[in-house]
Design a protein. Structure first.
Lengths: 162, 162, 162, 162, 162, 162
């Protein structure tokens, strides 16, 4: 069984991420979208909110699972018996960093292979950090997020709670 | 009327920044040097000190205005009716980031076009982050700053106050 | 008067090139699309054919002129009294080369400033060399070329002649 | 059925290429190593010799087929009903070019997805162009070629014929 | 006398760092491995622990000295009468940053020349930041560290103390 | 004895090359500027002319020798008992290529270490290919060439002969 882990902080999960998962579906039997619970970075969305949004996006995809994890990605891969790590690459700068991570992961866990897909050209500039920054300043990022992931409804809900 | 916004944190405003503005002057009717008031980054110079320094640099240039803003750069551009964003690029790494920002800005505000000038070769290594680091350690960075921007006089003034 | 030279081999002139010229129009009083007659490279389209295609693209733009030249671009700029060179950049690799050329041009002809616009994200992969290669193999490149530039009609015409 | 085309000029097929194919085997039902017959480049090995060498490398791999083709890679993919293009990437410079090619291929043939694997770190510097150059000058490149691909036996055979 | 400073945060000192120093030994009369005491970054190993580990690595190399410093690297170089700064480069992204730093250092202290060696291919992905991250999560990084630098014994010792 | 080979096609030898050799002099006992006689590239200057020019540049430097060679650079290094290869790097694109060459050379001839110096910022854009192109079109490249290397006198001499 071909199990791929698509790990990231997904804060937020963008149209670029969605496109990578959808195009990778024919390659794998299961893709786990795994939210790395990196506590040191101060996030915009909570882990719970991210899970809620990504679940909406893939509600009709039976091969996609959503999860969150702490610790090393290679340890998580071992735990869920993944044999592949799925990655999207946008730019040459991304590539250099992705290569270092993938090659070190390979040294530590040789049974897992990193597989890369490109983002589609019109989504290449869509970068989570910039999207998050716009969100923080109250800008409209709908065009960069999956149609099914209504981050604004979520933000409303959050405000209602407080 | 051709209005360009030259946005940045300018902490400090370097000879590289000065050169970009001066060479861009013939292209535009007005260039607004706009200091992004990014409160999360801990700066070396205060916003007031940065305005003071940049004002000294362009005191005889009637087409240059100095301003500070909070929030998204695209929102600021709308407010000041800018139709261009002026950017300087130094390296390929800069370029990748600048491209992502410019293309996302273009998606959000299609009426504003990003225009790039190169830094001059001898100023290519002059990087605000490194300059700020040297300043913090008490090093001499005069050769990297505009002749008219006396950051040391400013630092003296600051010490006198405390 | 702000005159920009947009120089290239344009073999063929793509949608990416068209987009750069159209977005640069508000910046300049005249843009000269100048086909560098580099005899050493073996082209797909003749200089005459390239002029014909680019003329079709900009027939309704009074600020755009089309020309061809031999020799150095800086010498051509002097001849047509240009004060700007317009360039589009797609990738970091492009950028490094463009920077070297622009900085050497600036050393030889300081009165001319290179101004860069980005290609739009969906046109970033559109690369003349690859397009030309597809054309040579009889592939369909219409989606990469300006709507008004019918390269296939031109190829038909060429075949009819022979 | 998951069919991937691994296209290239493979002049010569290196240990880097071999490693990409072997690591990609679990992902696909069939991998076609397809030698692009690009007549304009002057090669070192003939197409026949390249087929001979690559066949030796994968003689025991039932999922690997070797083929040569002329014309566009996308047309070849259609012909052999491939739904994936397999690519190895070594460096950031590679990446930029690979991205342009993959994104243009995707525009022309949306049913085929490009899938990238990294070369292993110790094989990253192994570049066909440099290997070919060393071969031409009579240097020893055995360490860069698959153990089963004896290019020197082939060169001996060739000399014997002349 | 040829004195080189090999400065870095070395948190931890990796096999990649070790390889650069060993290969540079024939070039210099003395190499000072100098730990930059950058208090703002929150480290994994204390300065004392780093000194202990690096000392173990080079205990039999009479030309290698270990030191720690605060403030600017150029000021440290002046103090120890170094005429060279030794740097290792792994990737193009590294290179761009290294170039900016080296060229600004050269402007401030023209008597010191930066000399670059490459990491060996199999050590190219070994990046201190990623290694430190793995260490923090309790992963096994022995393969990325010098054989003589037992970081785990050190961590045990640290635990024993607390 | 520390012998470095500085190999290249040097067509022409630029101010950038000169600067690298001069700054490397304190590191080595002998630097051999070695012109690779790559017959496949069609050059502008003959090997004889290049030797003549480089000889003029270093006439007063007793540690610099000028030579030309055919075949592989590693074979040349063995022949002249060099233990170092000296390289200048200008840009990230250069770096990627230089790294591949250096790492393959290291695999073939482990006793020779590649040592890299940076070009100075103002010489970074000076690229032999562009300089040669300007020379071919009769442009003035004096500012990019060593003061002592009068390429124009050489061209005059050449014309006089014909």
């Amino acid at each position: 069984m071909k199990i791929a882990v698509f790990a990231g902080s997904f804060d937020p999960f963008t149209k670029g991420h969605e496109s990578v998962v959808l195009r990778a579906l024919p390659l794998f039997d299961k893709i786990i979208v795994a939210i790395g619970n990196n506590t040191s970075k101060n996030g915009f969305l909570s882990i719970g909110e991210r899970i809620e949004l990504i679940t909406e996006v893939f509600q009709s995809e039976t091969k996609v699972e959503i999860d969150a994890y702490e610790g090393l990605t290679v340890d998580y891969c071992k735990r869920v018996h993944a044999n592949f790590m799925l990655r999207g690459i946008r730019t040459a700068a991304d590539f250099e960093y992705e290569r270092a991570v993938a090659q070190m992961n390979k040294s530590m866990l040789p049974s897992v292979e990193s597989v890369f897909l490109l983002t589609t050209p019109e989504l290449t500039p869509v970068n989570s950090t910039i999207v998050r920054d716009i969100l923080r300043h109250g800008g409209d990022v709908s065009q960069f997020l999956p149609d099914k992931a209504n981050v604004y409804k979520l933000i409303e809900k959050r405000k209602a709670k407080n």
